[in-house]
Ligand binder design. Sequence first.
Ligand code: UD1
Ligand code: CA
Length: 455
Amino acid sequence: MSGNSQPTAAIILAAGKGTRMKSALPKVMHRIAGRTMVGHVLANLAPLGSALNVVVVAPGMDRVAAEVAPLPIAIQADQLGTGHAVGCARARLGDFAGTVLVLYGDSPFISTATLQALVARRAAADNPAVVVLGMRPADPAKYGRLILDKKGGLDRIVEWKEASEEERAVTLCNSGVMAIDGKSLWPLIDRVDNKNAKGEYYLTDIVELARRDGRACAVVEAPEAELMGVNSRAELAIAEALFQDQRRALAMEEGATLTDPKSVFFAADTKLGRDVIVGPNVVFGPGVEIADDVEIRAFCHVEGARIASGAVIGPFARLRPGAEIGEGAHIGNFVEVKNSIVGAGAKANHLSYLGDADIGAKSNIGAGTITCNYDGYLKARTVIGAEAFIGSNSALVAPVRIGDGAIVGAGSVITRDVEADAIAVSRAEQISRAGRARDFRAQRQKLKQEKAGRK
Ligand code: UD1
Ligand code: CA
């Protein structure tokens, strides 16, 4: 059977308390590039098309269950060790006979290619019962050590706590990830006991047990960066930095210009077209899609937004979820756009709030325009047609419609619909008095001199 046709299932362990995070949030719910750690694991796993994935959680981890839905969860009532945790998924996996992957919810960077390599190795002629993903970290620290036999096969895994000096000197470490023969998994798990330094059921023991049965076990190696686990806020920050560096490099490799890569922050799902230019200090939240030839100038915050080709955003613009910026549109400094469609070639260049609005093609939104979309209870929509002109400092009180080609005079408060090609102005009439300014200055000047004379 080839590696690709081998049916796979996966068990993702996420029941650990994550005490070192000092958090009310389960560890795997902490985010890297806007995506939860368990979300990263599942995203990297997805291309394998596994038949069945089960996430093992502790009681009360409802947020993890909601995050991974519709995947089933299995509850591990007490955290008795990794072997016990895998055992908790048994009812869900039933008698699945393909390759079972075991992943950790707090090791977010394991790549699809590495998972495929594990599955492929499992399908090799020696039919290994267990294929363990190994790594050679710069600091092997307290990882379990992979002990090889003379032929380079995997003999056993020894946990750091029970390792001898000699074993601790081994640099090949256990990442924790494994691919296991589904037909042997449960009989092996049944034989794991907790007679060890930690009093835990070690998943790692299945290697020695399989070898005793005369089965082969094997190691596939992957880079440390893919296998790092996150146990603390400091490690979370390191993971974030690692991700960002890789994402920036990828963006440039795929044809985007980043003026100052170090100051651009991506979300895990950011999509960038070609010849996109991103200035310094730009932050992308989740759900951003940017077409070709878009320029995002310095200091923009963009989240849940789609930007069509040729648009120019910023500097200092904020695009919030539901912002759809049309081809060649301009969103300038201190403009906030939320849940709004900005038509092709439309411009909102200065100091505006556009919320729950449709703005037609080539319309011009003057400086300081506000769509008043919220009355304290409900949101309402502002609809502006094509080639309309909204004068500066206008308040458009939604629900309201401005027709194609209409003009709104600066400083207006628009509460009623404006028909196409009409001019609407709503502000106090202007009064001018000829010469009055000159008279006023003369009068004040005189008064000032009189006051000074009295002193
Ligand atoms: C484990 C390995 C060790 C390896 C290291 C890599 C064992 C016995 N040891 O050690 O060889 O070098 O990972 O990081 O497997 N979990 C549960 N339920 C439990 C215990 C753990 O779901 O009862 C989950 C945790 O949430 C975590 C993962 O399993 O995602 C690993 O558990 P952890 O206790 O961190 O294992 P280590 O002692 O680090
Ligand atoms: Ca760990």
